[in-house]
Design a binder for this molecule. Structure first.
Ligand SMILES: Nc1nc2c(c(=O)[nH]1)N[C@H]1C(S)=C(S)[C@@H](COP(=O)(O)O)O[C@H]1N2
Ligand SMILES: [Mo]
Length: 264
């Protein structure tokens, strides 16, 4: 029985913190079992800390800290007829589509997006190229929006499809896209920003909406978001064995060697 229990203890992993409190003294005093318990407890604490850390807020700054000249990077104006048409109409015809693994697919106008629960934050944007700028962002909180669409139980990632292609490819893998997990999606500072520094989001910074996912590096902050898709996996392939999302690494830059998880 002891052996059995030890085997179970060794495999139990995450639930051990609870067990630690109820384990009988005799078992816990067995030096071998004790060692296993301590190791597992250490692991649980580290996992717990990592999770708590991921839920922590990114630092927020004061209005005086706002960069007078926030840099623009990557695409600064999507080169497509569809985007130009939307822009010419001041995005009156823009609809943000939310689909994939959701109960209620949505199509939201800018007026509807602006009516959603919002958040305003002054944060620092860090680009891997080695520059940072501080800006003030206002946008719809992604969490409540996803709740409105209703994520299906197998949804694990949120994908952002953008209007621009950074590289011209025949298979469409040059289209900018990004993805985040549900911890980042439900983080309180994760917003679909439609305002920057108290003005309508400028084209060079991603009009009409861009993602702000403040615990991540710059390239995760998708600009020109046209469609949001909830998916189970990022490396899904179709019947021909072709990756469905870009090259299967979860983002334009991750497809080209950058880390998918770019937490800061
Ligand atoms: N659609 C789209 N989103 C994008 C990019 C891009 O080229 N296209 N560049 C990324 C990179 S590398 C950075 S640093 C930021 C730059 O945002 P900014 O132009 O507002 O500074 O957007 C990110 N999101
Ligand atoms: Mo970047």
């Amino acid at each position: 029985m002891t052996t059995n229990r030890r085997g179970w203890l060794g495999a139990a992993g995450a639930s051990l913190a609870g067990l630690w409190l109820t384990a009988c003294d005799k078992l816990a005093n067995d030096p071998k079992v004790n060692g296993v318990l301590q190791k597992a407890e250490g692991w649980t604490m580290r996992a717990q800390r990592a999770l708590t850390d991921r839920k922590a807020l990114a630092r927020e700054f004061s209005p005086a800290d706002i960069s007078p000249d926030f840099r623009a990077n990557g695409t600064t104006r999507p080169d497509s007829y569809e985007y130009e048409t939307l822009l010419a109409g001041n995005f009156a015809d823009y609809r943000l589509a939310i689909g994939g693994l959701v109960e209620r697919p949505l199509e939201l106008s800018m007026a509807e997006l602006r009516a959603l629960p919002s958040r305003t934050q002054i944060t620092r944007h860090d680009c891997v190229e080695g520059w940072s700028s501080i800006g003030k962002w206002k946008g719809a909180r992604l969490g409540p929006l996803l709740d409105r669409a209703g994520l299906k139980p197998n949804a694990r990632y949120i994908v952002f499809h953008c209007a621009d292609s950074l590289e011209l490819t025949l298979d469409g893998t040059g289209q900018y896209y990004e993805s985040i997990d549900l911890i980042d999606a439900y983080h309180p500072q994760t917003i679909l920003a439609y305002e920057m520094n108290d003005a309508t989001l400028p084209v060079r910074h991603g009009a009409p909406i861009r993602l702000r996912v403040e615990r991540q590096l710059g390239y995760k902050h998708a600009k020109y978001v046209m469609r949001i898709e909830a998916v189970e996996r990022l490396d899904a392939v179709d019947a021909n064995g072709q990756t469905v999302l870009g090259r299967g690494k979860g983002g334009y830059w991750p497809d080209r060697g950058y880390e998918w998880y770019a937490g800061i």
